[in-house]
Design a protein around this ligand. Structure first.
Ligand SMILES: Cc1cc2nc3c(=O)[nH]c(=O)nc-3n(C[C@H](O)[C@H](O)[C@H](O)COP(=O)(O)OP(=O)(O)OC[C@H]3O[C@@H](n4cnc5c(N)ncnc54)[C@H](O)[C@@H]3O)c2cc1C
Length: 498
């Protein structure tokens, strides 16, 4: 029961093939004739935007156009791959949970292949405090499955000896949160459509977890301080680049992403977005950044940086607005939120055992996690692929950029280095305050309001499904959609005008 947790932390950092793009599909531009079907415009082609397009078509045969705008030349957003020395790896969103049912459905219906983590149960984890490894699992690679099993069992015993019954408490904390989340897959005939994030979370019984930090939640539930300081911190630092001060819900989601049965899509997770957009008969405008959204009475006018202007009866913002400069007219107001920047550094080379006070590189665990200490220059280092005994590809997550001098002390060999600075996910705090799904009381919607609950591919898809139903019920009056009467208390504090 305990074994997958320790070893499958490693699988957060998977290996996947390369980036691609979709062809732009033509569709007649601006100003529709009076009786033309309405146009729904979506800003952003990540899993959120592509899922809105998918669910709009899924729930309605009503005629309407869909336009998707993407500032980059490729779709997928934070589902992206990176090429290191001719090999491709997931650069952003890497792993999916076995109960991520929308992603599973997309994968199946789009004919994509599931890729199980390449790690075996014998991959090792080490928890580094800057001076030494405070905890290390055993590592022994063997082609014999029974050897892996024995190593895995031994690692479970090691973990149990260090963290005790708190490990079981952690498993049940994760399970109970995942069970509540499963309510979002109940039949749409009996499941309400939600106008607010608060209402959506309250209905599933998840809201309270956003009002307290993970640390508070765990202390009150009797988790051992050592487990929180070490294992839990390692996981939140890997998955959200943050400490156990994140909300209990973001924390639980993060912990769920360290369990067994994790998976990814062969060839890259971005293919979900590509497939959904293709299938939704949407006009895709690549390399077209939306710079202003103006409400002009019956419709919104969207202006792009390439000088085009579009008329949309409904507009969906499917990207975090925190670091964007879209001009809204009239102005809209949402709670202030900061994004956590995660620096993903990819290195082809070899770690320097001396940096870790070790003699040989084989003593360094495949996944080096870290505790919370401001002097530590990285959150995690993991082996993505072993090309030879002295030739590996690694992924490093850090809160600050990794300078060359620092990398030169950590690595003895460095053939290639690639750095990506992600505006990765919200900087979580409790109690969370949520932006509205409906930004202007009319037909301007915001998928990423839900990201304050947790940021994952699946939570984006779940938020997008609700939003598509909200649009269909509010704009097209399509019944039967049960409206939630749960009220919102968000939006009072920390407002910022965009
Ligand atoms: C390093 C990292 C690791 C992660 N690991 C995982 C993981 O293992 N598992 C998991 O489930 N999740 C993971 N996540 C989180 C996950 O990537 C996100 O929650 C999810 O992909 C968000 O999707 P989205 O569609 O809401 O936003 P995005 O993917 O950010 O898509 C928004 C899109 O909008 C475009 N855009 C922005 N502004 C404009 C504009 N003005 N005009 C036109 N286009 C615009 C952007 O270019 C982008 O393509 C990770 C994220 C990061 C950064």
């Amino acid at each position: 029961m305990l074994s997958p947790l320790a070893v499958s932390l490693f699988t957060f950092l998977l290996v996947c093939p390369s980036l691609s793009s979709l062809p732009q599909s033509p569709l007649p531009t601006p100003t529709p004739a009076p009786n033309d079907p309405p146009t729904i415009c979506i800003v952003g082609s990540g899993i959120g935007g592509s899922s809105v397009a998918h669910f709009l078509r899924h729930y309605s045969s009503h005629p309407f156009y869909i336009r998707i705008f993407e500032r980059n030349g490729i779709v997928g957003g934070r589902m992206a791959t990176v090429n290191v020395s001719g090999q491709t790896f997931e650069a952003g969103a890497s792993i999916l949970h076995p109960k991520n049912f929308h992603a599973l459905n997309y994968t199946k219906s789009l004919g994509l292949n599931i890729k199980k983590p390449s790690s075996s149960d014998s991959f090792s984890l080490g928890i580094w405090n800057g001076k030494n490894f405070v905890f290390k699992t055993l590592s022994f690679s063997s082609k014999l499955p029974f050897v892996d099993k024995i190593v895995s069992l031994a690692n479970s015993v090691l973990m149990f000896l260090r963290y005790g019954f708190s490990l079981l408490r952690m498993e049940s904390f994760i399970e109970s949160t995942v069970d509540k989340f499963l309510k979002y897959y109940e039949s749409s005939e009996s499941r309400p459509v939600f106008e607010t994030v608060d209402g959506m979370l309250k209905w599933a019984g998840l809201y309270n977890l956003t009002t307290r930090t993970l640390l508070e939640e765990m202390i009150d539930s009797g988790f051992s301080p050592l487990l929180i300081e070490e294992l839990v911190t390692v996981i939140t630092r890997i998955n959200y680049g943050q400490s156990v001060s994140i909300s209990g819900l973001a924390g639980a989601v993060s912990l769920a992403g360290s369990g067994g049965g994790l998976w990814a899509i062969e060839g890259g997770n971005w293919q979900m977005a590509a497939g959904l957009i293709n299938r939704s008969d949407a006009a895709l405008h690549l390399r077209e950044e939306i710079e202003s959204i103006s409400y002009l009475g019956e419709y919104y006018e969207l202006n792009s940086t390439v000088g085009n202007s579009y008329t949309c009866e409904v507009t969906v913002v499917a990207t975090p607005m925190d670091e964007l400069n879209i001009q809204f007219s009239p102005q809209i107001s949402i709670p202030k939120r900061e994004l956590q920047h995660t620096h993903a550094t990819f290195v082809r080379g070899l770690l320097n055992p001396a940096y870790f006070g070790l003699n040989v590189v084989s003593e360094i665990p495949e996944l080096v996690g870290t505790i919370e200490d401001s002097d530590l220059p990285f959150s995690s280092i993991s082996v993505l692929r072993q090309h030879g005994e002295k030739d590996m590809t690694y992924k490093i997550f850090s809160r600050q950029p990794m300078a060359d001098t620092l990398l030169d002390s950590i690595f003895s060999v460095r053939q290639e280095t690639i750095r990506i600075d992600w505006g990765a996910y919200p900087h979580y705090s409790a109690p969370e305050v949520f932006a509205p799904f409906i930004l202007d009381g009319r037909h301007l919607y915001y998928v990423n309001a839900f990201e304050n609950a947790a940021s994952t591919m699946e939570t984006s898809a779940v938020a997008a499904e609700n939003l598509a139903r909200l649009i269909l019920s509010r704009f097209f009056n399509l019944a039967p959609l049960i409206s939630s009467n749960l009220s919102s208390n968000s939006g009072e504090l920390l407002h910022v005008d965009l």
